[in-house]
Design a protein around this ligand. Structure first.
Ligand code: SF4
Ligand code: SF4
Length: 244
């Protein structure tokens, strides 16, 4: 979906660019074919809930894992296997999951130079503007700032849910246990992406005393996907990194 080179110099939050996209543009939905869309944990929850299926079923029907060396597996949308390679949610009238589309699609063409951590000051954040080579949205539409684009894409909520997992993946990258393989890779896939199966295992007592979790937290984990993600990160940190 992106060009080899960014089309603007690095921008900060108040940097401006021009871009527009929609059915009025002749390349509409062309960029949803033959692309690798990476999913973040919150993407899987949002899309599964909007489709009315479990995260387990969503992954089985629409995704594939890619063993991304040198760190850990990533989850990608599975494009149609018909030679065309269209995203499963791309229709002639647009994206069928538009309100819950993945992080990378909502933010496009803005790409953070680095993911945010707890310590990242807003003033230090930098962004590139990348586009797919056939994209006709470049330099069209009104001027906007990264901040406006970010806010309209609903990114604040996405990033807040993402911070815990981002921290875990940073810790993994700097540990000696990557690349994750075998059982460790399976634990990472389950805890990162398949919240519903992870929840079933947790409520069935499968993790025993690996983490201490009280009755109230168990109840919250049963009913709240975001809290469940946080519990999954705690457990992965314990299992994979032997840290509290
Ligand atoms: S190629 Fe660019 S302008 Fe065309 S649909 Fe995709 S993002 Fe929009
Ligand atoms: S999820 Fe929607 S926006 Fe993203 S590639 Fe698929 S059809 Fe396009």
């Amino acid at each position: 979906m992106t060009s080899e080179q960014p089309i603007y110099p690095e921008l900060d939050f108040d940097g401006s660019f021009r871009f527009s996209c929609g059915p009025h543009i002749s390349c509409f939905i062309d960029c949803c074919t033959g692309t690798n869309i990476w999913l973040y944990p919150f993407d899987v929850i949002r899309i599964s809930r909007s489709l009315g299926i479990s995260t387990t079923e969503f992954i089985r029907r629409h995704c594939r894992y890619f063993d991304s060396p040198p760190h850990f597996p990533v989850l990608l949308l599975q494009n149609a296997d018909n030679g065309e390679g269209r995203c499963p949610f791309a229709g002639d009238s647009g994206c069928s999951i538009y309100p819950d589309r993945p992080w990378v699609c909502r933010l496009f063409p803005v790409v953070p130079v680095e993911c945010r951590t707890d310590e990242t000051a807003e003033a230090d954040r930098r962004f590139n503007i990348f586009v797919w080579k056939g994209c006709r949205g470049v330099e069209s539409g009104p001027e906007t700032t990264v901040r406006e684009w970010w806010t309209n894409a609903g990114m604040t909520m996405y990033e807040e849910t993402f911070l815990d997992w981002q921290k875990l993946t940073d810790e993994l990258k700097s540990s000696k246990i990557v690349p994750l393989t075998g059982e460790a890779a399976e634990q990472f896939k389950l805890g990162s992406f398949d919240v519903d199966r992870f929840r079933e295992n947790l409520l069935d007592g499968e993790y025993g005393d690996t983490i201490s979790i009280d009755e109230k937290e168990l109840e919250d984990a049963a009913n709240d996907d975001i809290f469940m993600m946080q519990v999954a990160c705690r457990l992965m940190r314990k299992i994979l990194l032997q840290r509290a």
